[in-house]
Design a protein around this ligand. Structure first.
Ligand code: NAD
Length: 361
């Protein structure tokens, strides 16, 4: 479905001659005729920046502190492109009023942007939801495999001059049940790879038409408790909302089986490559300490960057990554190209499928 054309404040832009663009994969179908000032605050792929510039837009690459944002640093821009580091709260957005018409989130999650306030102020928020899917899928599998084959521990051990073969005995993914919380783009692709590994895939997603899970040979549960009770391996792929905050809690971790469908004592494992806060980190620390949980791997944390003194980082059976789900050359190139095209579409008053706050505009 296409979004109705958004009104563009035509008077805001200077008329400018648009450069001839060499055809390449990043060339958009959108042809804006007026120059816009676009702030890119958390970095963006170089090709995407030059795509915007080749279309005649002025791009300012600069990260602003929270104080600068509250002081109205964005009032001089028509568009802003952020990743997750820039927090566009209601207060910041109110302080940014002037010419700001479109906010581009170079990625999927928009929990760092107050969508409702943006809409009320006439600012469309667009994202690039598909560009990082494959990269997050691959990181999820990397974490899953690292858990069950003890890769971080084995590496630390060998660096310490040890040769602990028996302490590093792992288990296979094959013949185990994988539970996916949320069954959207990323989870469905994780499920396909997991099935290729021989896993039986379960999912919990109250908003998913059951026929989608059925078509993917996935057992859809009506409650998240039922998913935990059936799965030795659980991976989180839902959005962070009031409903999903601390969805992975002590009671649910304790209810996970530790024996695979094939009878192997494989332990139980939790992965979160979605958003910090969905997994209760205190519950994970306690479950690892008590043995109700065998291992945990997180790409995302409740507070980022994670505090170096965080007790999870001390635990032998925990490993983490610094929110790198979308940090691949391929994903960043795709994210940059997609968000540049989506931002330009809104600026040009063209239809755009990726406006995420349309109900507030
Ligand atoms: P998606 O929108 O395709 O899928 C999310 C799914 O979660 C949807 O099917 C939705 O119905 C489901 N959901 C919503 N509320 C739920 C609830 N209460 N319980 C269970 N399921 C619920 O999104 P996606 O592209 O698959 O992304 C999934 C997650 O991955 C998002 O949180 C996104 O922010 C995150 N992500 C992380 C990185 C990273 O760098 N680690 C990169 C990209 C995406």
């Amino acid at each position: 479905m296409l979004l109705p054309v958004l009104p563009t404040r035509l008077g805001l832009f200077k008329t400018t001659v648009v450069d001839e663009v060499q055809p390449n994969v990043l060339t958009p179908s959108v042809e804006p005729a007026r120059m816009a000032r676009i702030a890119v605050t958390d970095g963006m792929d170089k090709k995407a920046v030059s795509l915007l510039e080749k279309q005649g837009h002025e791009v300012v690459l600069k990260h602003y502190s929270a104080e600068e944002l509250l002081d109205g640093a964005l009032t001089a821009f028509d568009a802003i492109i952020v990743r997750s580091a820039t927090k566009l709260t209601g207060e910041v957005l109110r302080a940014s009023q002037g010419g700001l018409q479109v906010i581009g989130r170079a990625g999927v999650g928009v929990d760092n942007i107050d969508l409702e306030t943006a809409g009320q102020l006439g600012m469309a928020v667009v994202n690039a939801p598909r560009a990082s899917t494959q990269s997050v899928v691959e990181l999820t599998l990397a974490h899953l495999l690292a858990c069950i084959r003890h890769l971080p521990r084995a590496d630390r051990s060998i660096r310490a001059g040890k040769w602990e073969k028996s302490a590093m005995k792992g288990s296979e993914l094959s013949g185990k049940a994988l539970g996916l919380i949320g069954f959207g783009r990323i989870a469905q692709a994780v499920g396909q790879v997991a099935q290729a590994f021989g896993m039986v895939v379960h999912a919990y997603d109250p908003y998913l038409p059951p026929k989608i899970a059925k078509a993917q040979n996935t057992r859809l549960h009506k409650t998240v408790d039922a998913l935990f009770a059936n799965c030795t391996h659980v991976s989180v792929h839902c959005n962070l909302t009031d409903e999903t905050f601390h969805l992975v809690n002590a009671a649910r971790l304790a209810s996970m089986p530790q024996t695979g469908l094939d009878g192997t004592p494989c332990g139980n494992h939790i992965i979160n490559c979605a958003r910090g806060g969905i997994v209760d980190e205190d519950a994970v620390i306690e479950a690892l300490a008590s043995g109700t949980l065998t291992s945990a791997a997180l790409d995302v944390f409740e507070v980022e960057p994670v505090n170096p003194d965080h007790p999870l980082l001390q635990h032998e059976h925990f490993h983490g990554t610094p929110h790198i789900g979308a940090s691949t050359l391929e994903a960043q190139a795709r994210v940059g190209a997609d968000i540049a095209v989506n931002v330009m579409a809104v600026l040009a008053g063209e239809p755009c499928d990726f406006v995420v706050n349309r109900e507030h505009l």
